[in-house]
Design a protein around this ligand. Structure first.
Ligand SMILES: [Zn+2]
Ligand SMILES: [Zn+2]
Length: 255
């Protein structure tokens, strides 16, 4: 069995055909998925969707790029974190690619999420783009190592991966590793220890080869896993086993 550790079921691209997306996911052998919140509206919807569907879990948080939202406070995040099937806090983190300084509000939002995760005793789903050093610094300053988490859709280098793993974090790869142009990232994917690796789609974005450019969906995490197997010179079954075991361990989900 495979698990998609990061997708967005509540985005309109997937909502238009939920039953189809879920049945193709199951037919592809993808037995579980983590449904990730990015907005205040999502906070309620990801939880509801998880509670309505077997094998779907929820992560609650507000995306660092989201400027159209009420600023989430600690109490709000904690209240949502207590709902049934919520296994993580996020996605949260820093993104200096899409937005420009002054971004003190973004760093403050990230700190609030880390505090919520520590108080809830749940791991973090971290998004980082063009901001690796600040992301690591804030994770350290806020003692995120007490709860750990995952660096989702990893696109950084081996040094950043090592620093994140030193903080107890897992490294999750998306369809980007199926792009031949992502040469250095494909090298990093080969280096991550078996007990620290996860796979994801980030659906509806980042469809892997051979579906590049289409609306991505959790079924296609198979292509990420088979590319990972190739890069790591392992069998597809080994990648399934390691990534699923890591998911159960990190998110405390029963198999
Ligand atoms: Zn992200
Ligand atoms: Zn995402």
């Amino acid at each position: 069995m495979l698990i998609d550790s990061h997708c967005h079921f509540c985005f309109p691209e997937l909502q238009t055909d939920v039953q189809g997306v879920l049945s193709r996911m199951r037919a592809a052998g993808v037995g579980m998925a983590l449904n990730i919140s990015t907005s205040t509206r999502d906070l309620v919807q990801v939880v509801q969707f998880a509670q309505e569907h077997e094998g779907i879990f929820a992560s609650v948080g507000i995306h660092p790029d989201n400027t159209q939202t009420d600023e989430p406070d600690l109490a709000t995040l904690l209240a949502h974190s207590r709902a049934d099937k919520v296994v993580a806090i996020g996605e949260t983190g820093l993104d200096y690619f899409r937005l420009r300084e002054p971004l003190e509000w973004q760093r403050a939002r990230f700190r609030t999420h880390i505090r919520a995760a520590r108080e809830a005793g749940k791991p973090l789903v971290v998004h980082t783009r063009a901001a690796a050093q600040d992301t690591l610094r804030i994770l350290r300053e806020e003692r995120a190592q007490d709860v750990g988490g995952v660096m989702h859709c990893f696109t950084e280098d081996a040094d950043v991966a090592r620093a994140a793993m030193d903080l107890g974090f897992f490294i999750s790869f998306s369809g980007i590793i199926t792009f031949k142009s992502a040469r250095s990232l494909r090298e990093v994917a080969a280096l991550i220890p078996d007990d620290r690796i996860l796979v994801e789609t980030d659906a509806p974005y980042l469809a892997p080869v051979p579906h590049r450019g289409k609306t991505n969906e959790p079924a296609w995490v198979r292509h990420v896993a088979s590319t990972l197997a190739e890069l790591r010179k392992q069998s597809f079954e080994q990648v399934c086993e390691h990534t699923s075991n890591n998911f159960y361990g990190l998110f405390k989900v029963l198999r």
